[in-house]
Design a protein around this ligand. Structure first.
Ligand SMILES: Cc1cc2nc3c(=O)[nH]c(=O)nc-3n(C[C@H](O)[C@H](O)[C@H](O)COP(=O)(O)OP(=O)(O)OC[C@H]3O[C@@H](n4cnc5c(N)ncnc54)[C@H](O)[C@@H]3O)c2cc1C
Length: 304
């Protein structure tokens, strides 16, 4: 029986683990993929205090080494269901079943799909949701990026060092990202490296066994054009990973509702980071949530 099981080893789960282990609790972290969560696919982090810039994978490795050197038990198993009804919570993974007194949900978020023809069929054959993972495959090729926020702008910056040309396709006429990123992208546009395709959306991904182009609809003129590309990087946001949880309260967008102490509506179940209905989804806030939750978890364990 664990004092706490933490689902997810992104920054939120790892921070919660760090604090709980230092408080002497018997904890287990369950991770379905690799440690670090979304940090692993982040090229350059420039807003985590203490580092003027660091690549996400290095930050993830440092956090992971910090918790494992303290003796935190981490198992690479996917949680497939949770029974949260009773005081003892039962967590089933693809390999085992565990019991715990408290649960910290830090499952984060996954890439949102375009849901257009050709997308699923050509995923990993030119359609990618991670420029830092797959960008190197398209050296000196022509690629497209879809999106208008920080992720898409960061993807363009990364790809500008690899690809010959980038089309940035956005459904509005202005970007939602940080000014510093927009300025850098605008410089690249002026250098001819990036072409903006605004007020437009991808309606089909073309190609038989690999991406050869995209069909793009201009929303103002209602006409379509085909742009020949070797890859399409989709960066249109994330959706919370909540499918395995029953009985929790969610907000309208599907994020798990928490109070300021990271309590959910179920006693003994806590949640934080990107999967929760937080105001800002960043590494530093995910870490803060993990720390706050650890205090609430400690208080709960003392009383029960
Ligand atoms: C391209 C990109 C760039 C970004 N750049 C920045 C930046 O520069 N600065 C910044 O502060 N933030 C940035 N972010 C946002 C930041 O990475 C996230 O806010 C942060 O990682 C959220 O942390 P988290 O711990 O809540 O969730 P995540 O990082 O999403 O981690 C969740 C973990 O849970 C695991 N998991 C999910 N479901 C299960 C399951 N059923 N069983 C077991 N494990 C499970 C996942 O595999 C994952 O490892 C960026 C994000 C992206 C995608």
């Amino acid at each position: 029986m664990y004092d706490c099981i933490i689902i997810g080893s992104g920054p939120s789960g790892m921070t919660c683990a760090l604090y709980l282990k230092r408080a002497g609790k018997n904890i287990l972290v369950l991770e379905k993929s690799m440690p670090g969560g979304q940090m692993v696919i982040t090229t350059n982090v420039e807003n985590y205090p203490g580092f003027s810039h660091i690549d996400g994978a290095s930050l993830a490795t440092s956090m992971f080494q910090q918790i494992t050197s303290l003796g935190v038990e981490v198992r690479f198993e996917e949680v497939i269901s949770c029974d949260l009804k009773n005081n003892i919570k039962v967590i089933k993974t693809d390999k085992n079943q565990y019991e715990c007194k408290t649960l910290y949900i830090a499952t984060g978020a996954s890439s949102r799909l375009l849901n257009v023809d050709g997308e699923k069929r050509l995923t990993s054959k030119g359609v990618s949701y991670c420029a830092t993972c797959d960008g190197a495959l398209y050296k000196d090729k022509i690629v497209a990026v879809v999106g208008g926020g920080n992720s898409s702008l960061e993807d363009c910056l990364y790809l500008s060092n690899v690809a010959k040309k980038i089309y940035l396709i956005h459904r509005r006429d202005e970007f939602r990202g940080d000014k510093v990123l927009i300025d850098r992208i605008t410089d690249l546009k002026e250098q001819g490296k990036i072409e903006f395709v605004l007020n437009s959306q991808v309606v089909e991904v073309l190609g038989d066994d690999k991406v050869t182009g995209i069909k793009v609809l201009n929303k103002i003129f209602s006409n379509t054009q085909i742009i020949e590309v070797d890859a399409l990087f989709v960066a249109i946001g994330r959706t919370p990973d909540t499918a395995i949880f029953e009985g929790l309260e969610f907000d309208d967008a599907g994020y798990i509702k928490v109070d300021s102490n990271k309590n959910t509506n179920i006693k003994g179940v806590f949640c934080g980071g990107d999967v929760s209905n937080t105001h800002l989804r960043q590494i530093v806030t995910a870490c803060g949530d993990g720390a706050t939750a650890s205090l609430s978890i400690n208080e709960y364990l003392t009383k029960h």
